[in-house]
Design a protein around this ligand. Structure first.
Ligand SMILES: [Fe+2]
Length: 180
């Protein structure tokens, strides 16, 4: 279950109802998949073969197609990041910059943890959404954000796209943004 931390006040929001209603006000989609559908050996596996990736995608085929039909996604893939990923530190440095996209950014976490840092409405400011397996999130187009790993540095997630070109980030310069 996702948890929110509002950076300005350090307030934490937890519990499905509270998280969902906070994210709804911020126009961030939040849904849930049954992560336990995955075979047990894939719950904590972050270095995946192509066969295992295909197996994960097929486990959630119904959920993926349902989300795609409702929201217009045309392609999807699976990413796995961990200390086994070559150049993980360089990748994270690239990730950890506030940016926007012309389409929404959807992630369904199937294993591990991750965190979206999102620029909310003026009264809220930046907030963190800490995600775990089963959490599905979509950050709307043009909403400033970035994504990174948590302390365990391990995640597997399904990404869905409307445009087949995939993930294009536009840097978002924001003097008010403070790291941490
Ligand atoms: Fe992004």
């Amino acid at each position: 279950m996702a948890e929110i931390r509002i950076r300005n006040s350090n307030e934490r929001i937890s519990g499905e109802h509270n998280v969902k209603s906070f994210l709804e006000k911020q126009e961030v989609l939040y849904e849930h998949w049954e992560a336990s559908k995955l075979p047990a050996e894939l719950h904590e596996k972050f270095k995946l073969t192509d066969e295992e990736k295909a197996q994960i995608l097929s486990t959630f085929d119904e959920e993926i197609k349902d989300l795609a039909a409702r929201r217009g996604y045309k392609t999807w893939d699976l990413i796995a990041l961990s200390d086994a990923t070559p150049n993980l530190d360089d990748l994270l440095k690239k990730f950890e910059q506030v940016h926007t996209h012309v389409e929404d950014e959807v992630r369904a976490i199937t294993a591990g943890k991750g965190i979206f840092i999102i620029k909310g409405t003026d009264d809220v400011g930046y907030f963190d959404v800490e995600l775990e397996a089963g959490d599905v999130i979509s950050v709307p187009e043009h909403k400033a954000h970035f994504f990174t790993l948590m302390e365990n540095r391990q995640i597997v997630a399904v990404r869905l796209f409307i445009e087949t070109e995939g993930w294009i980030a536009h840097p978002y310069e924001d003097a008010t943004f403070q790291k941490a």
